[in-house]
Design a protein. Structure first.
Lengths: 552, 353
């Protein structure tokens, strides 16, 4: 089927180091050292894949206990203190050690050099360093969470975190602080790579949208992460030495922390989302066999999200005593940031029009992304409305909204991407039936888990409640039942993807008939990605053959 | 109890709740339409254009600028309506009706302490009359809490070191949940209570049945004497500090020329951090009462100062309780012993209300 696709990429006659037939990045060397000291972006991607997958299941285990505890209004499973530590651990691990790194460090690391026709990232050693830094940060934080735990929530609001909490606040924050450097290194590496290492002919406006999305996300990583680092340091010095910054007893302002925290933590949502949106753009075009609808608008919407994302942080603080005028400005800006997200959804929908749509597993996950992200985005409009936010702020409505965005959006997108590029990464195909089943289970389980939470939220059930009034039980049990289905959907891929490594059919270089440079090289790719440097003459989505290829 | 078995929509028990719900339904309608439209299009395309043959071809469509601008611009109009509507509801909650009686709330780990203007106190319960607005002034003794009454659709973060205000106009008699909505530590989920909206007559009876040692302002008056505030803030001609009669809500000029309104926050700051804002013409000799007056006592002092009309400043006499201890002189302040009565008015006037 790939023969039907003309790619428009002409190989350039530039010799690469010769390789033995069948040699690829996986079998070129063996042993622990060949992995721990590798500078190959593809191997580092695998290191990250293993690390974040472990962290995902640890964070998921915490979520499981949370949902089990909420089966009864009296919270019979765990004591209040343990419950608080569990939701804190869930948030901390999932946000900083899974959602932020997952797409850039796994799929981004693997694909950014391949998509631009380069041998590696601009700074391969820094890339490896970023994994070590990330892993050290993760180990410190995990140690802090397991050896006593932390009960501040992932948001570390002051003065609770800086003065009143009697748990491992400092070690946890040190781990997060350290892992932040890994984010910055990854972001810098991507920006530098995209500026300097694009293949001949790969002008900016021919870059795949996956790369544009990663570029925008990288800029946020570089600019926002230092602000989180500052906020954590300030909490640390107040907690350790009693230097008054946030504690009103010491002349500080507790709300200042929220400003600093959300100045990072709102843009961070777009660090999670933008790369996932990039994935969806690649997949929707491939499985509709269509040119992307409105390429330039999607690019600008990514940039728009990255810029506007920095200007909406105080919408997390509408009930935190800010002035009415400040609240109005941030409400208006929050509506502005909804526009570029809507533009993307419209464009993906329009791309389907007159396509040739194949429902392969990655496409099912991508369609799931569109559905869940749209719902997440639309419920965001409720929260941007000051009058409604006043009621649903800090309730399960918020929980449901951001899980639609971060799990229904970012994780769904990641799953789509993982299934799309898995054959490229491993050279193997996974079970078609089981993977489609997993996509269905995840979608159904997700809806059942989080849809009741919107109702709970409007009823007024606050978040982070270990016990709750009995009339909320039915909806909570529904949510917990959905979570158990969702858990099956996440565990299942673990099995069939592992299984594919041993028993999967060889995928060939381009199983989906996709355009894009990464498909022009064997699967798994050789260490240097391309035997000959590709030359790019067309845009990235030349799926439609009616007109002459090469015109963009 | 009044709670239905499996509610799907919260009780609507205040005027604000009606406004919030109207906006909520509008948003549901608009967003629901959009969701159905997008889902419908995706499903329709997915069905209509599903791949029928492996070598199927597709037309090359790069986009359509008119369409792009249409769906970039048109949401802005819809969003503008949402924004304006949301802001107007929010603004109405930010501005309490001036005549509403003021109830004070102090949050602490993990309880709500409530003081009525008449001096009645409650813990984790708030009794209020129906069909009459009430104003809440809230603060926290420790961490940030949030006073949330879903049936009223109001919620406000209760921030230590600050006074925040909210208000509601209950429209329905009943018992409603009061939640702490801002995570505040171990027993956050137990920092809950009940708001009891009663018929006015019933409420009056309830107020009468509650033991109270004088109104909040009376209790503040006792503290005003106990803390020896009256020694300097007296109505004498040779007072060392400004008299506080009719001060609340007035604009005062500071010694740096700035003008500030003497509101709750200013009064609180002046009691706890007297050097922060010194009134023009007075010396910064007032000692801090930080660590001596707790949040509830501060509220009583505030209630007293607010109620203080011309000629009502108490006279220090034998009935007043003796001072707890001599207030400490602030560093850099006037080291003059505080019991020394100034011989002439010019010798030193204190700054603070």
């Amino acid at each position: 089927m790939s023969s039907a696709i003309t790619t428009g990429f002409i190989p350039q006659a530039k010799p690469r180091p010769p390789r033995a037939p069948g040699e690829n990045y996986l079998n070129v060397a063996f042993g622990v050292r060949s992995w721990l000291f590798t500078t190959d972006h593809k191997r580092i991607a695998i290191l990250y894949l293993v690390t974040v997958t472990i962290l995902f299941f640890i964070g998921g285990a915490a979520a499981t206990v949370i949902r089990l505890n909420l089966m009864t209004p009296t919270g019979d499973l765990v004591p209040a203190d343990t419950y608080n530590k569990l939701f804190s651990a869930h948030g901390i691990i999932m946000v900083w050690f899974f959602l932020v790194p997952v797409v850039p460090t796994v799929l981004g690391n693997f694909l950014v050099p391949m998509m631009i026709g380069a041998r590696d990232l601009a700074f391969p050693k820094i890339n490896l360093l970023s994994w070590y830094v990330f892993t050290i940060g993760a180990i410190i934080t995990l140690w802090a969470l397991l050896a006593g735990g932390v009960d501040t929530g992932w948001t570390f609001y002051t003065p609770f975190s800086s003065k009143y909490a009697r748990t491992n606040v400092l070690p946890t924050m040190i781990g997060i602080f350290i892992s932040g450097f890994s984010s910055i290194m990854t972001g810098l590496n991507f920006v530098a790579t995209m500026h300097t290492m694009r293949a001949p002919g790969l002008i900016w406006w021919r870059m795949p949208l996956f790369l544009w999305a990663h570029y925008a996300a990288s800029v946020i990583l570089i600019l926002a992460t230092p602000v989180l680092a500052m906020a954590l340091i300030l909490v640390g010095v107040e907690r350790a030495w009693g230097i008054g910054i946030f504690d009103p007893e010491l002349g500080g302002d507790p709300v200042l922390f929220q400003h600093l925290f959300w100045f990072y933590s709102h843009p961070v949502v777009y660090i999670m989302l933008l790369p996932a949106m990039g994935i969806v753009s690649e997949i929707v075009t491939c499985f509709s066999r269509k040119h992307i609808f409105g390429y330039v608008f999607i690019v600008w919407s990514s940039i728009g999200i990255a810029v506007l994302g920095f200007l909406v942080w105080a919408h997390h603080m509408f009930v935190a005593g800010q002035s009415v005028y400040s609240a109005m400005i941030f409400s208006a800006l929050s509506y502005m940031v909804a526009v570029p997200s809507a533009v993307k959804v419209f464009n993906w929908t329009a791309t389907l029009y007159k396509g040739s749509i194949a429902f392969e597993t990655p496409m099912l996950f991508a369609l799931g992304f569109i559905a869940l992200f749209t719902m997440g985005g639309l419920t965001g409009l409720f929260l941007a409305a000051l009058g409604v936010d006043m009621h649903v702020h800090d309730t399960y409505f918020i929980i449901a909204h951001f899980h639609f965005i971060m799990v229904g959006g970012a994780v769904m997108g990641y799953m789509a991407g993982l299934h799309y590029w898995w054959p490229k990464m491993t050279g193997r195909m996974y079970s078609d039936f089981l993977s489609k089943l997993a996509a269905l289970i995840v979608f159904v389980g997700f809806i059942l888990t989080f849809l009741p939470q919107f109702v709970l939220g409007y009823l007024g059930m606050p978040r982070r409640y270990h016990v709750y009034p009995p009339e909320f039980q039915v909806l909570n049990v529904m949510s917990s039942a959905g979570a158990s289905i969702l858990a099956v959907g996440y565990v299942l891929p673990l099995f069939y993807l592992f299984w594919s490594l041993y028993a999967g059919k060889p995928s060939g270089p381009n199983p989906w008939g996709a355009t894009g440079l990464e498909w022009q090289t064997p699967s798994p790719p050789p260490t240097h990605n391309f035997d000959e440097t590709p030359i790019v003459t067309t845009g990235p989505y030349e799926y439609s053959m009616e007109e002459s290829a090469g015109v963009h | 109890m009044m709670f239905a078995e499996v509610p799907l929509f919260p009780e609507q028990a205040s005027t604000t709740a009606q406004h919030v719900d109207a906006l909520f339904f509008f948003l549901c309608a608009v967003c629901g339409t959009m969701a159905v439209l997008i889902a419908g299009l995706v499903l329709f395309f997915a069905f209509k254009y599903h791949r029928r043959a492996e070598d199927e071809r597709t037309p090359r469509i790069e986009g359509n600028n008119k369409l792009e601008w249409f769906w970039t611009i048109s949401p802005l109009f819809v969003f503008f309506i949402m924004f304006i509507w949301g802001a107007s509801v929010y603004t109405s909650v930010a501005l309490p009706p001036p005549d509403a009686p003021e109830i004070f709330v102090v949050g602490k780990q993990w309880m709500w302490k409530i003081q009525h203007p008449g001096g009645q106190r409650e813990i984790n319960e708030l009794h209020i009359p129906v069909d009459q607005p009430v104003k809440l002034t809230l603060t926290s003794e420790d961490v940030i809490h949030d006073f949330s009454v879903p049936a009223f659709r109001t919620k406000i973060d209760v921030i230590p070191g600050r006074y925040v205000q909210t208000w509601f106009h209950p429209t329905k008699v009943g018992r409603y949940h009061l939640f702490c909505a801002q995570y505040c530590g171990t027993s956050h989920a137990n920092m809950v209570g009940t708001v009891i909206v009663m018929e006015r007559e019933e409420f009056r009876n309830w107020l009468g049945s509650q033991a109270a040692t004088g109104s909040l302002a009376d209790q503040g008056r006792q503290l005003f004497l106990k803390f020896q505030c009256v020694t300097c803030h007296s109505a004498n001609a040779e007072a060392r500090a400004p008299v506080l009669e009719g001060l609340y809500g007035r604009t005062v000029t500071l010694n740096n020329g700035r003008a500030v309104v003497a509101d709750d926050a200013y009064l609180r700051e002046s009691i706890l951090y007297p050097e922060a804002k010194v009134v023009q013409g007075w010396e910064p000799i007032m000692p801090t009462f930080k660590g001596q007056a707790n949040e509830e006592e501060l509220i009583k002092l505030l209630a007293f100062i607010k109620s203080l009309k011309p000629g009502q400043t108490p006279v220090r006499n034998e009935e007043a309780s003796p001072p707890l201890d001599a207030p400490k002189v602030p560093p850099g302040g006037n080291p003059k012993p505080r019991q020394a009565v100034p011989t002439s008015p010019s010798q030193g006037k204190s700054s603070q209300p």
